[in-house]
Structures are given as C-alpha cells and as structure tokens.
Design a binder for this molecule. Structure first.
Ligand code: RFL
Ligand code: PHB
Length: 392
C-alpha cells in the first residue's frame, strides 16, 4: 500500500486530519488498532472550545453538533459554600463553549470518512514506523491477521498517549516534561437530567467535584479520589452522597440522582514531548502531550494541532513550499504550553492536596476569591477556558 500521508490512530486527531486532507485532495490512510464500536463508545471529553466548533463546521462535520450540541455561556465556581457565575461572552467579547461528547464527534467523523473519505482501517495495529528520516517512511501494521506495509511521504502519529509513534523518535532528540498529580478522577454517567444549566467546578470540603452533562437527560459527573481507587469500592449511593456534599452551598440547591450507567477512574498527568516532528514523522494530539482534564483542553489541543498540520500539508500540495510544515512544532507548542499551564493552575486551585497543607488551602481560596472579585482575573480564566487563538 502507498499513500501521501499515513495517519496512525482514528481518534479525534487522526479522523479530523484525514477529513481536512481529503477535502484538499491530499491522499491519506488512517490505521486504527481498535474496532469501530470501541472508538465510538470510549467515554472521554465533552467540552469544545469555540475554535474547535468553528473548525468542525468549516469542514462539514458539525451537522449533528449544531442540533445536539449545548452552547454554554459560562461556568460556575463553587467554594466555601458559595456559588459564583463566570459569564464568558461578557468576559471575552462574545465567546462561548459547546458541550458535545467526544463519542458523538468521533461517530460523526467516522461516518463521514466511511461514506466518502479516505481509507479508514479498523483493527489495523501499527507495529513500527521505519526510516522516519527518509523520503519514504513506512508503517508496518497488522490487519486481519496479516502483516502489511504502508509506504508514505509523511507519517503522522495521532495514536494517543500509549501509541508507538512517540517512541520512534531517537532518544537523543526527545525531551520530555512531566508532572503527576497525587489524585485521580472517578467519572460517572447517569441517566438523570443535569441539576445545572452550566458546568459546576467545585472545591468542596472533601475535594474537587465537577458537574458536566451529555444531553438534557444525561449527566456526567466527576469526583476527586485517591490515586489507587478501585471504582468497585464506590457503590452508587456513596458516589451521590459524596457529590452532594462537595457541591453543597448555603443557597437552596439539590443534586438530582439517577441510575449510574458507567464508572471509571482516570489518572491525572501533564506531559509534553518536544519536538513534535522528526524527519517525515509528526506527532499530533495526545501522542505529543496530555493535560489533566480540569481545564478541558486535551481534545481541543488535538484539534488545533491537526488544523496547523493540515494547513502545512495544503501549502505543500498547492505551492510546493514546506515553510509551514517546517514551523509545525513552533506553531503548536506555544499553545500547548499555555494549555498545560492553565490545566495545571485549574487543577492545583481546585483539588485537595492529600497531605492537607493548610497554607496551600488558603492559597487556593485566595486564588478563587481573586477570580470571583476581579474582572481582569476572571477574564484571564475565561480567555484560557474558551480557547486562546491559533498561532496562524
Ligand atoms: P486518542 O483519542 O487517544 O486517539 C488515539 C487513537 O489511536 C489509536 N491507537 C493506535 N492505532 C493504530 N496503531 C497503534 N499502534 C495505535 N495505538 C493507539 C487508539 O486506539 C485511539 O483510537 O487521541 P487524540 O486523537 O489525540 O485525542 C485526544 C483526546 O481523546 C483527549 O485529549 C481528550 O479526551 C482529553 N479530555 C478532554 N479534552 C477536552 O478537550 N475537553 C474535555 O472536556 C476533556 N475531558 C478528557 C476529558 C480525557 C479524559 N480521560 C478519560 C483521559 C475527560 C476525561 C475523563
Ligand atoms: C466532560 O464533560 O467530560 C468534561 C467537561 C469539562 C472538563 C472535563 C470533562 O473540564
């Protein structure tokens, strides 16, 4: 098999890149190790920045998102039994965010690609990327029990944090930056109407809690838990009791309960790999960097990486110039580091440290008080949350 751009991974990054390249007439192939059902059911992100929505709309992938996506004009911060609303359009000059599940976004992109897009092979596991420094790198992969080779002009690793592409970079060119947080999130889906109109980020007495949603009848909630937590130790009543305690405020407000349909624990880590390119091999999305979900940035960064990369491939295709492709890492990493900093700050401001440091507690409350009492401080949070501009 031969193609121009070989894409490893059929998550949001790989699927959107394939769509953007296909629309520009650039040949590509997507190799995805899992089944279609698996990638369409994997519960993850839910909050899309306006720039992400605009990019999906521009490539014709937002038809269902326009109807089912929930446009949000702000978030609520809760601490010290008080609630504080941040109004994004007022603070940012009109920006909003949209709640639309990653599962739905992936379903939309898969359907478009299977209908008229470039080849998308499920259960096609990339084993190795050979000769990434050469003019024709190759991806060795297994599909339907057979080992095959995909020869390309370029390879893009969109294979997530546990993929193989990043490991292909020679040790002497790789630099990694990481931070592990000493807690995890227990995430649930529940068949109950959300108890709020906007997302609630709460710094409760027992730790952090987040109230998000998937639709007018499905709630998505998260709870800070110790790192080694087994979801089996959290029967439904315990989860609801703990969530109710962490969201508690002095005003009249009740967290509605309903049947829990999914429970999973997520570890919290920041990680950045530099550079994002080696020879003809590029990294995009979680393959290159991950952030803790508190800032809701992971999926949005994956989308901004592939928007920059697609522009580079289109420029090469139309003019023969590699100028943008050569600046890929530089164009992405500024935004990646801003999102890394923002996600770190949000995480540190809202989670309880396991060792219960009283000084840290006071600093957290002082940061929250600043944001809820100073317009520039609130505007800074809102600008980062709704998404910083793309460096293009
Ligand atoms: P993905 O989604 O991990 O996709 C990578 C794909 O590559 C495949 N793969 C391979 N295929 C072929 N050969 C191989 N050798 C392969 N190895 C791996 C995998 O099967 C997979 O299909 O990475 P991508 O595309 O970069 O997308 C990144 C996002 O998925 C991720 O950043 C977000 O989900 C993070 N995230 C959030 N991001 C947001 O922007 N907003 C949010 O609200 C948000 N909430 C979250 C989140 C992540 C969470 N978890 C579970 C980590 C909430 C949670 C709980
Ligand atoms: C989600 O809806 O899953 C979600 C929303 C906001 C976050 C993290 C996750 O910060």
């Amino acid at each position: 098999m031969r193609t121009t751009v070989g894409i490893i991974g059929g998550g949001p990054a790989g699927l959107l890149l394939a769509r953007l390249l296909h629309q520009a007439g650039i040949a590509c192939v997507v190799l995805e190790s899992r089944t279609r059902a698996y990638v369409e059911q994997r519960q993850r992100a839910g909050m899309l920045e306006q720039g992400t929505v605009d990019a999906l709309r521009a490539c014709g992938a937002a038809e269902r998102l326009e109807i089912e996506g929930l446009v949000h004009h702000g978030i609520e911060l809760r601490f010290d039994r008080e609630r504080h609303h941040l109004d994004f359009p007022v603070l940012t000059g009109g920006r909003t965010v949209t709640i639309y599940a990653q599962t739905e976004l992936v379903k939309d992109l898969v359907a478009l690609q299977l209908a008229d897009g470039p080849p998308l092979l499920f259960e096609a596991q990339a084993l190795a990327i050979e000769r990434p420094e050469s003019e024709s790198p190759r991806v060795r992969f297994v599909h339907e029990g057979q080992e095959q080779t995909l020869t390309c002009d370029y390879v893009v690793g969109c294979d997530g944090f546990h993929g193989i592409a990043r490991g292909t970079f020679p040790a002497e060119v790789s630099r990694t930056f990481e931070h592990d947080y000493p807690y995890s999130w227990l995430g649930i889906l529940a068949d109950v109407a959300p108890s709020c109109e906007e997302l609630i980020y709460a710094r409760g007495d027992g730790g952090f809690a987040l109230h998000s949603m998937r639709s007018p009848s499905v709630s998505r909630l998260y709870l800070q838990v110790p790192s080694d937590t087994d979801p089996g130790d959290w029967p439904d009543d315990r989860i609801w009791d703990e969530l109710s305690a962490r969201f508690a405020i002095d005003a009249d407000w009740t967290l509605e309960r309903g049947p829990i349909t999914s429970k999973a624990v997520t570890t919290m880590r920041s990680y950045v790999h530099e550079p994002m390119r080696h020879g003809q091999l590029f990294l995009a999305g979680d393959a290159a960097h991950i952030v803790p979900p508190t800032g809701a940035k992971g999926l949005n960064l994956a989308v901004s990486d592939v928007r920059v990369l697609a522009r580079g491939f289109v420029q090469l295709h139309l003019t023969g110039s590699t100028q943008l492709l050569d600046r890929y890492g530089e164009l992405c990493l500024g935004r990646v580091w801003q999102a890394t900093r923002f996600s770190y700050d949000m995480t540190r401001m809202l989670h309880q440290q396991p060792d219960g440091d009283a000084f840290e507690d006071r600093l957290q409350l002082t940061r929250l008080r600043r944001i809820t009492s100073s317009r520039p401080a609130a505007a800074e949070l809102a600008a980062n949350y709704t998404g910083l501009p793309l460096a293009l």
